[in-house]
Design a binder for this molecule. Structure first.
Ligand SMILES: C[S@@+](CC[C@H](N)C(=O)[O-])C[C@H]1O[C@@H](n2cnc3c(N)ncnc32)[C@H](O)[C@@H]1O
Length: 423
């Protein structure tokens, strides 16, 4: 059993600076003034473990006698603040689930989604990401999912791989998710091995010059919350620049709401969303890209949040009244809500702009059928089938709702049958 020796001398400011500089120079981790006490305790702990009696001697051990940086790693493990929890800043996971993932998968031709939790600590952040992906697995069907999680602390990664957590760390999660993804083990919570398997952990120092760039190519999303607190401005800038280069365009960066990087690094675009700031490389939903906004509306539609879906469409139409996709989408939402006359007006408007859009014709036919207007309904079913014959299948809106031509023809033929029309 190791005996911890009592603290013999107090840490002077000069000693603190010496250790802080050495740690930063060798590991990139910057110990802030407020963490002086934590550094002192960590050093004394390590001195006791290694049978070193003075700060001076321990300093020389770290500086001159640590070829494999083992002593340094152990000290850094103690110094770094690993504080984290599941669903920390829950709104981030809402944005990820309801906005960012739908936007990314709607847009990407390549069926691959790659997310990096940089500075993942004991795993709560990457596992919260994995749970979020599992929750939208229907949207992600056919996608290759990659979640990479890295940290400089081996201790933290060992805990992460174990997948066993205290009640304290899961308490911000909705009870339904705890129930679904954890099993009680004594007073602790064992994470579902399927979620554990989704995350690939590795040790990486974000500021080191030998950072393995090749292993982090093609990222769609980076989470790196509460990590820059460990760095001085120079290292923060260097790390943000790495994130920027590694992200695809468009790509998303999630930082903690307290980390405002706008005065340090300007390449990212800061976007306010649901009351928090997230950062983007390139352009997408939040800054006016219509297809992405429509994908958000389609998510709301699926969730039966009709009012929100209509709001998104109206937002598009306010700046772009002739946007045919938004018109058709709004018509479809009104139809789903049972607002048949509203749906009729909106869908007709869209057909005035372009009458060769399949789904607009199909939905208008359905609207008329439900209103009992047989003649009009048959007219639009026929128009739908004619358009199919003419092979007008590839339209934006058709892609958006993921209807295939054969589904449309089936619906149109069904509609006609119900009305007793000739098929
Ligand atoms: C407060 S935790 C944040 C955990 C998680 N991102 C979250 O917000 O829930 C900060 C993490 O950054 C890691 N870290 C500090 N300096 C680092 C460096 N140079 N390279 C990689 N990770 C580092 C620490 O080990 C620690 O686990």
């Amino acid at each position: 059993m190791l005996e911890y020796k009592p603290l013999k001398t107090d840490f002077t400011q000069a000693e603190f600076e010496k250790f802080r500089n050495l740690i930063e120079e060798r590991s990139g981790v910057f110990v802030a003034d407020r963490n002086l006490d934590s550094l002192r305790i960590s050093i004394v702990t390590e001195m006791s473990i290694n049978g070193v009696d003075s700060f001076e001697e321990y300093y020389h051990l770290l500086r001159d006698n640590d070829p494999y940086r083992e002593y340094l790693r152990n000290l850094v493990n103690l110094v770094v603040v690993n504080e984290t929890s599941f669903y920390q800043t829950p709104v981030h996971f809402d944005i990820l689930k309801n906005t960012v993932i739908p936007e990314v998968i709607q847009r990407k031709d390549e069926k691959r989604l790659c997310i990096w939790s940089a500075g993942c600590s004991t795993g709560e952040e990457p596992y919260s990401i994995a749970i979020t992906l599992a929750e939208v697995s229907d949207l992600l069907k056919g996608f290759e999912l990659q979640i990479i999680a890295s940290d400089v602390s081996q201790n933290a990664l060992d805990i992460a791989r174990e997948g066993l957590y205290s009640a304290e760390t899961v308490k911000a999660m909705p009870a339904s998710l705890i129930e679904k993804y954890f099993k009680r083990e004594g007073g602790d919570f064992r994470l579902d091995p399927k979620i554990v398997e989704m995350v690939n952990f590795r040790i990486v120092n974000l500021v080191r010059d030998d950072f393995p760039f090749d292993d982090f190519q093609g990222l769609d999303i980076i989470f790196s919350r509460n990590v820059t607190v460990h760095f001085k401005i120079g290292s923060t800038r260097k790390v943000l620049d790495r994130y920027y280069r590694l992200l695809k365009e468009p790509g998303y960066l999630f930082l903690d709401p307290s980390e405002d990087i706008s005065s340090i690094y300007q390449a990212f675009r800061a976007i306010q969303f649901q009351g928090v700031q997230i950062y983007m490389k390139g352009v997408s939903a939040f800054i006016g890209a219509i297809p992405a906004k429509l994908s958000l509306a389609s998510v709301y539609l699926r969730q039966k949040k009709y009012d929100l879906a209509i709001k998104v469409c109206e937002d598009i139409l306010s700046g772009n009244p002739g946007n045919i996709d938004a018109l058709i989408f709004e018509g479809m939402i009104k139809f789903k809500m049972g607002d048949l006359s509203g749906a009729e007006v909106t869908l007709k408007k869209s057909l005035e702009i372009n009458n060769t859009i399949l789904v607009a014709n199909l939905f208008l036919a359905e609207v008329f059928r439900q209103q009992g207007k047989k003649e009009e309904a048959l007219n639009y079913y026929d128009q739908t089938l004619r358009l199919l014959d003419q092979d007008h299948v590839e339209t934006n809106i058709e892609r958006i709702i993921r209807l295939r031509g054969d589904t449309i023809s089936r619906l149109a033929l069904d509609g006609k049958k119900k009305l007793g029309g000739v098929v």
